[in-house]
Every structure is written in structure tokens, then in C-alpha cells.
Design a protein. Sequence first.
Lengths: 254, 254
Amino acid sequence: MSGRLIVVGLGPGNPDQVTPEALAAVADAEDFFGYFPYIDRLDLRADQRRHASDNRAELARARAALEMAAKGGKVCVVSGGDPGVFAMAAAVCEAIDEGPAEWRDIEFSVVPGITAMLAVAAKAGAPLGHDFCAISLSNNLKPWDVIEKRLIAAAEAGFVMAFYNPVSKARPHQLGDAFVLLRRHLPGEVPVIFGRAAGRPDEAIRIVPLSQAESGMADMATCVIVGTAETKLIERDGLRPLVYSPRFFKGAGA
Amino acid sequence: MSGRLIVVGLGPGNPDQVTPEALAAVADAEDFFGYFPYIDRLDLRADQRRHASDNRAELARARAALEMAAKGGKVCVVSGGDPGVFAMAAAVCEAIDEGPAEWRDIEFSVVPGITAMLAVAAKAGAPLGHDFCAISLSNNLKPWDVIEKRLIAAAEAGFVMAFYNPVSKARPHQLGDAFVLLRRHLPGEVPVIFGRAAGRPDEAIRIVPLSQAESGMADMATCVIVGTAETKLIERDGLRPLVYSPRFFKGAGA
């Protein structure tokens, strides 16, 4: 008897950025799996059960959720932001792929959410207004030389970049190393946005030129957006400048 | 007397994917500017005014909205998806940058939304589960050789790609040309997802290997996601296969 598993994106943390679709999925489930701060965001009924776990336990959490769904449970796995962007949807798919055949019969669905780079970009103007990429800087899951290769490719090809997992206690150096590398491939005046807790009461948005960007300006909860040579800054009296990447690239229409 | 201008993302078209923040912004504005199908989605009061315009008129629309806000209006510019991703936020910033100095005093904000690639990815599994990029295939705004350079860079560096504006009546060939190019840089079995109207009643999701991907499988309302050599397909009896890009890249943890 197979149950169902739904992976739900709760957005960046502002309750007004949670979709009605996500709320309905939460109301309709019985067992909740997720990293404990995301589970803590849920307003659950007495008959709904919490199975919170630690940050680094994604695959074990996915397997536990699938086991419960395979027994007929109505299971919800929660992610911050969007579950498909460096979050739980891929971990659940991976567990299905490697797990027992009956896990493929589980009714599986994903509810999208506002991912961090969209919330941070909205606060800054329109830095993602042109072609862009999203890169996780964590080398827990891929070697650093692959990350370096991608940073150079993105800078040379003119993609705006959004960095997820820019730093952690176990990895204090990656973001600084990335800035050193990018300064060799991009002009020093390229705007860099540090967006922490966008849309939450403790929101902090900081904009600095690449030449002055430092690892210490970010923590685990920060999404970092690095512009291109085309990205522009609009200064405003008494207001934070706007950052945008023009839709138009020189030479178009040819 | 400066008013205010808010750019609001309405998501991919499913009302359950519109955030409370977006609804509150709509309720609080008096004049609405946007491409007419997005304006048509709004449930406005008798005292709220519609200023719908055509698809290609982004900059003129942005200027008209700013002019009204500069006169004290409470103006809302609506976008489908997220306004910061190939949509109106960049057009408004561009108009502010090039417009009269007083436009910089307008209270300006952006409300993020679920962008198409997140909605399509959710329907397919987790194809954006690893590093990815978003590319507009329209050469109205950038030369085709820049697009080709970015496609090759993204394929070679191992980014999953999401294509916005994949085809239009005026540009029927770009997507097919992109597939021909990508087949030289990626294995033929790489999964390609054609996601049309994700989350709406007329939703259509189709998954084919890159070797069989054709331009005719997409229209203007389609978001196309191209995997990498690492992206995997999970076959399921009687169900659409799941597509995911593993979080782990070989050689990690070194």
C-alpha cells in the first residue's frame, strides 16, 4: 500500500512569500520531515507529526520520509526557498533512484517556492535581468576545481552569478577564494550584492564593488549575487542604489 | 510630489502560486501596467485602472508607469513569473537610469514570484538540483553569437540550462539551432524537458533525449530545461519519469 510524498518550498522565510499551494500541501499531510528551522516555521495541528533533523542529513531524511510514504503515509518534506534549488527535491529523487523498486510507485510531487536569489534580487532592483547562473559554493558535494572552472566559465561568458551556500564554519575560505579568482576575470567595479534574510525582519542587503567584496560580508544565510561588466548601479539620494543587468546586450538586432 | 511604483510577479499562471505579498501589493495600487494577458489575470476593483499593452513594448510601458508614479500615483507593473527574470523589473530600472532625475525619488520596490523554470522543474522532479543557468534565447536583445558562446560555455562547464523565450513567430529557428549546437557538446541521451503552462489546466510536460529534441516541441509559453551529462532519468511504471540532477559531483570531498 503506497502513500504519497510531497516536497514543499516555504520560500525565504517571510510568511507573505509562502504560496497558497504550499499551505494547502502542508494542511493535507500528516508527517513532516525537514531541517529543524524549516519545520519550526510550520503552524501544525495536534494530529500532525514533526520529524526534524540536522542540516547535513539530507539523504537519510529523504529515505526516512520515503519509508513512511511507502507504508501508506501522507508525508511532507519541507525546504526553505524552492525545493528544487540546492535543496530536498534532488535528495528525494536520488533516494528513489537508489532505493527499493516500490519507492517508484509512491505518489511524488514537488511544490515550488520563492528561491533566495529571487528574493535578494527583488530587494536590489533587477540584477538577474539578463542571463544568469546559480552555483553552490559548497565543496561538500563537488570538488573545488569544478567550482573554479564554473566561476571562470560564467564570468567569461557574461552570466550574472548567484552563490548559494557561500560560506560555513567548516568552509570559511571558499567565498574569498572565489572573489580573488573573479577579480582576475571581471572589472573591479562590478556590483556584488550580499543579501541576508531577504524579506525577514533581520534582513540585511549590502552592495559593494567586486574589488572590495570580502568573505566576511556573508554567512550561511546569505545569497551573494555577482554582476557582469554590463551590470549597472543607479545612485539615489538617501536610498540604497538600484542594481540592474540590462536586458539589451550591445550588437543585438543584427 | 512623488508616488510609488511596485513591480509584482504573478507566478506562472496558477492562482495558487501567487504569494500573499503579491496580492497585497495589487490590492494597494491604483493603476496597473502590463502585457494584457497578465493584466487580465488580476481581479481588480472598480476604482483600479488597467493600462494593458503589447508584448514588445516593455520600455515604453515602464516609462508610462514611471510618469504616472512621478505625478503621485500608486502604480503597479505586473509580470508573469518573477519580474526580475527576463521581465519588467530590469525594464523599469533601465527607464529610471535613462529618465529624468526625479524618477530616482520614486518609491520603487519589486515583489518576487515563482519563475517558470522553478514551476517546470517541480513537475519533472529536480532537474535544477545542481548548478544551473537561465538563458533567454531571444536575439531581439542580444546577438546570436553571444547566445551561442553562452550555450557552449554552459554545456562545457556542466551547468543545467533553462531557456526562456525559446521560440516566437518572428524567431522560429533559434531553439533548433541551439539543439544542433548542444548535440556537439553534450551526450545525445541528456534529458530535455519541455514545460508548457506548468500548473495551469492546459499544462503539458514532455521529456525527450537531446538527440530527439526539436524546435517544434516548444512555443512562446514553453520553458525548456536541458540537463547535463550527470542528469538522471528514473523510469516509473505508468507514470512520467522523474528527471533529477544529482547534488553530488564525482570527486567531491577531496
